[in-house]
Design a binder for this molecule. Structure first.
Ligand SMILES: Nc1ncnc2c1ncn2[C@@H]1O[C@H](COP(=O)(O)OP(=O)(O)OP(=O)(O)O)[C@@H](O)[C@H]1O
Length: 598
């Protein structure tokens, strides 16, 4: 829990002040019985005058009011810093998540991350605002109270202390059992959130295949597991709460009996007995709440563990200490070289010795059988994935020596399954472009937006209710697959990259649109070096050169027509593409069929 100080540091002065306020309130509560003891032993027993009693009553009233004021001070002082610490932790977590490599994201489900960013951090906030302070204050109150009880009547104090022995033992067993259940409950809540997220995401598929019942079954099973864990937690807490209430009350009953006997024997004053019992009543209050407080602490510790697991996840794709700068590209554009590139995924070498040169300003189509590693190869260019061996260099500079921010201004990707954010078309397309500072820049951006949309054949935007200012729904769901792909391509174009990596970006549009987009792209970004993963012969035919990925390495590079003649594997790949295309676009198959079938 001490590690959370990193985020709570600015809040520490207020936390300390608030804690002191709470401590003051508890000590005042302990002072009231001491006044009572004096009143009973003094004015009440000696019946001197009413003035002494009235003075004591006024003192108790003043102490009570001061106690209330200190309780309010604690709440007022601590609410803001606890919320600020939660805010800072949440921001750090989100920032770190954005920074972590894709491989790490693949390991965590969305639901788990959501739960860690929301529910877990709220628990930590509640603990900072209440649990932590009250744990310190309660412990202090109990210690000071017991010392007062022992000094008031040592015989009764010892009886009371004997009750601590079973309570400490119970506390240890409770801690072990509850801590495990608290962690399990949090993990199960994350899994449940993951199931909801996945089902909502795939709602169309579930409905189309009539698998709603199965999804509900999975959800109910997980919800049952969570309920069982929560019930187990509640039972464990109930057991310890019973003990921390019954044991002090029991010892108090024995103390009262012994105390009365000692008073009758003349070994204890009436005032001391009253003072002891009143102090015990004040001490019993935090003791009874100790179980709940411990439970809150263990819950927060499980939440903190889960938070730290993500935030302490090292970033293997960190920026270099002494970054290199990518100079200007040559007059024809940037050269990209991959030398001996090896990438391991799931313990398997998906790429194993890839050598490939992308000539400046040229378009290279990357082809290969399904699962041959094409998408993986694209990811090493913008360093979404790091190579395990070999080098990826742009204009002779290893991409690992460049700051990631700089690299991503130079290399721009568009993927087959585009993600659009809940924002306007303009914001989505200009995502990779810096905010305009002047009205001139704003006008230039509007022009850039128009040209990028035109190049990506996304004129359909004009038909949307608010044109480029139309807010498109979550992940652009209100748009068709082809429309979403075109906006994602426009986004990659608008970034005006030196290197464009496209993972079959127009698979959902017709061949004529794809041809028009490719031609417009060359006109708009003449010096851009492009690597495009192709899944249909029409895309391949539009490229300047084709690279064939086979068994983790590039087995052939050349022009489409040359490769058809020279490479049996290439013919096999193209034939595979055509088989897939047969259901879709027969025109393309007819265009290329004579060469391939020969
Ligand atoms: N995160 C991962 N962990 C383990 N294996 C992975 C991971 N990502 C991809 N792979 C595996 O790496 C191989 C290459 O995947 P990749 O997506 O690069 O192929 P691809 O050529 O683009 O396929 P397709 O043409 O079907 O899109 C596949 O066998 C895939 O299962």
């Amino acid at each position: 829990m001490l590690q959370l100080v990193r985020w709570a540091r600015p809040a520490i002065p207020r936390l300390i002040l608030g804690g002191l306020g709470a401590l003051g309130a508890s000590l005042l509560a302990l002072a009231i019985p001491q006044v009572l003891r004096e009143v009973v032993n003094g004015p009440l027993l000696t019946s001197e005058s009413r003035t002494g009693v009235l003075q004591a009553a006024a003192l108790v009233l003043a102490l009570g009011c001061l106690e209330a004021l200190l309780v309010w001070t604690r709440r007022a002082l601590i609410a803001t810093p606890a919320t600020t610490a939660e805010h800072d932790m949440r921001t750090s977590l989100f920032d770190h998540l954005l920074d972590l490599p894709i491989a790490v994201h693949d390991r965590w489900s969305g639901g788990q991350l959501l739960q860690r960013a929301m529910g877990d951090l709220s628990s930590i906030r509640r603990w900072i605002a209440f649990g932590m302070v009250m744990l310190v204050v309660s412990s202090a109150t109990i210690v000071v109270g017991v010392v007062l009880m022992v000094t008031t009547a040592w015989q009764l104090g010892l009886i009371y202390l004997l009750g601590a022995v079973p309570m400490v033992w119970l506390g240890f067993t409770f801690r072990t059992d509850y801590a495990k259940a608290a962690r399990r409950a949090r993990d199960q809540t994350g899994d449940l959130a993951g199931t909801v997220e996945e089902s909502v995401h795939g709602i169309r598929v579930l409905k189309a295949f009539g698998r709603g019942e199965d999804a509900l079954g999975d959800f109910v099973r997980q919800a049952d597991e969570l309920r069982d864990t929560e019930v187990h937690k509640a039972r464990t807490l109930a057991r310890v709460s019973l003990a921390v209430t019954a044991i002090p009350e029991g010892t108090l009953a024995i103390s009262l009996g012994v105390g009365l006997w000692l008073t009758v024997q003349g070994d204890l004053s009436v005032g001391a007995l009253v003072g002891f019992m009143a102090t015990a009543a004040v001490v019993n209050r935090p003791l009874e709440g100790l179980g709940q407080l411990l439970a809150t602490t263990l819950d927060a510790r499980a939440a903190a563990d889960r938070f730290l697991e993500v935030i302490d996840q090292p970033n293997a794709l960190d920026d270099p200490e002494r970054p290199a700068t990518l100079g200007e590209s040559g007059p024809r554009g940037s050269t990209v070289e991959l030398r001996g590139v090896r990438v391991l995924l799931g313990g398997r070498a998906v790429l194993d010795g890839v050598d490939l040169t992308l000539d400046p300003g040229r378009t290279t189509a990357l082809v290969g059988l399904t699962g041959s590693g094409k998408s993986t190869l694209l990811q090493v260019l913008p360093r979404l994935l790091d190579v395990d061996d070999g080098v990826v260099a742009i204009d002779g500079v290893d991409v690992r020596r460049v700051r990631r921010g700089d690299l991503r201004r130079i290399v721009s990707p568009a993927f087959e399954d585009p993600v659009l954010f809940s924002a306007s078309v303009r914001e989505n397309v200009l995502l990779g472009v810096d905010e305009p500072a002047t009205t001139q820049e704003e006008a230039a951006q509007s022009e850039l937006l128009r040209r990028a949309l035109a190049a990506a054949q996304a004129e359909f935007v004009d038909q949307l209710p608010d044109g480029v200012d139309t807010v498109i729904g979550e992940e652009g769901m209100s748009l068709s697959g082809g429309q979403r792909q075109r906006l994602a391509l426009a986004r990659a174009i608008a970034a005006r990259p030196r290197v464009l990596v496209l993972d079959d970006p127009l698979s959902a549009v017709d061949v004529a649109t794809e041809t028009a987009a490719t031609t417009a792209l060359r006109e708009l970004l003449p010096g851009t070096t492009t690597l495009v993963v192709a899944h249909r012969p029409s895309t391949v035919a539009l490229a300047d050169q084709v690279a064939v990925l086979q068994d983790g390495r590039i087995s052939a590079v050349g022009r489409h027509t040359d490769l058809l003649r020279s490479s049996a594997h290439y013919r096999h790949v193209i034939s595979d593409m055509e088989t897939a295309e047969d259901d879709g676009d027969p025109d393309v198959a007819v265009d290329l069929a004579p060469e391939v079938t020969r």
